[in-house]
Design a binder for this molecule. Sequence first.
Ligand code: NAD
Length: 482
Amino acid sequence: MSEKRKITIAYGDGIGPEIMEATLRILFAAGAQIETEVIEIGQKVYESGVFSGIKPEAWESLRRTKVFLKSPVTTPQGGGYKSLNVTTRKALGLFANVRPVTTLNPFVASKHTMDLVIVRENEEDLYAGIEHQQTQDTVQCLKLISKQGSEKIIRYAFEYAKAYNRKKVTCFSKDNIMKLTDGLFHKIFNLVGEEYPEIEKEHRIIDIGSALLADTPEKFDVIVTLNLYGDIISDIAAQVAGSVGLCGSANIGDQCAMFEAIHGSAPDITGMGIANPSGLINGALMMLVHINQPEIAEKIHNAWLKTLEDGIHTGDIYKSEISKKRAGTQEFADAVIERLGQKPDILTPVEYSREVKKGFEIKVSPIVEQKKVLVGFDLFLENNKLKPEEIASQLKIVENDQIYLAFISNRGLKVWPEGLPEAFCTSHWRCRFKAREFSKGIGAEEVWKAIQGTLNTGLDVIKTENLYTFDGKRGYTDAQAE
Ligand code: NAD
């Protein structure tokens, strides 16, 4: 076996140290050729005043080893603390979160059968964490979806399907409502999908898609989706398969990769010695494949299956009708170690094909420059006194030979002109100004003039958003009921 591969590990918080100890014992007993560098992350680091939960020197180790096996951490609520997971994924460019979920009936009880992989976009979406409060009663969160980010994850999902001989890729989005953001993701899915004629493609709206995933998971193979949806559906799938304690996840980037369990630090069972280490074990198996030690992964995976088949179960999956022994975290690890070299008798043994491509080079198409024309702007106001028609009449003063007030909406619903009197209005108003000559557009100075003109009326301008066309296509949505 080649020289030992350095990896960075972190014991994390809550049950983190317990499951890491169990996992490392199995890895070393199986002969994994790894050398660990330990970094400290999580609660203690947060409490020492580092709001990211990771000290600057820890990045040195990650940059050096490029492989991170991480236990879950506790993110303190509020107080300006940033999620360490989100920070690490973004800082290391870990764009793909790969979460396989497989049922192990009848040994791990599940009402369903599934063998699927969720490929979740890991860097964009609402997880950009760009949130604002600009009025007394309303807050906002910016959902950012890029062409590059979408293409990268969708291509990754198809390449993954190809490499692992998967037959179908399903895209989940909500593009019936979020026509631009989720719409872009769906459109890119269709475009990239054309390059993979051998793979079946389908699209589901996230709500019915999640319902089907919980009801007929056997119908899915690879699922690719946006960050938030992927986060939610992977917990659903794991729990439906038996327990969130079972599943591992790989976070893959061009340079670095991070492997973890999908669950959190489980403060409710911390220190009791009963946590299921399987999630982190499964994360570690993906790591072994990534660092080119698939034979060790195969050995551990088969011993793990045999342990479950022999009815040695941690509390989260224990069922008196099928389990033979309720094992604690370390006892479970001991049972896996005892079975290294064995294969399951009834469950299908795994074979980590030596030919499987460990990494795929993901190319992203260059952005083609489009003709961008400013055709109007949305001017946002805070006001909790005036009615829509009163705001409109004040804003008439801002109109000129270039722009006119097209409509006013509140929470996305058009309330002027011809709004419904029953509509409940908050203090957050959007006032859309459009170019009189749409095809010609307007100069950016019109926006500044309108802001100044509105401020002169005494109205409180909180922000503006420009409206553009790109090669003649509108880069914005209309209000509902317009
Ligand atoms: P959680 O996943 O920690 O726990 C949810 C439930 O599942 C609990 O009842 C817990 O006991 C059980 N559970 C989880 N892992 C288990 C295991 N291995 N064995 C047996 N039972 C297990 O979710 P939570 O309670 O919402 O979050 C707790 C903390 O974890 C929060 O601070 C959250 O921010 C953090 N978190 C971290 C990560 C991560 O580091 N990757 C992921 C999710 C949540």
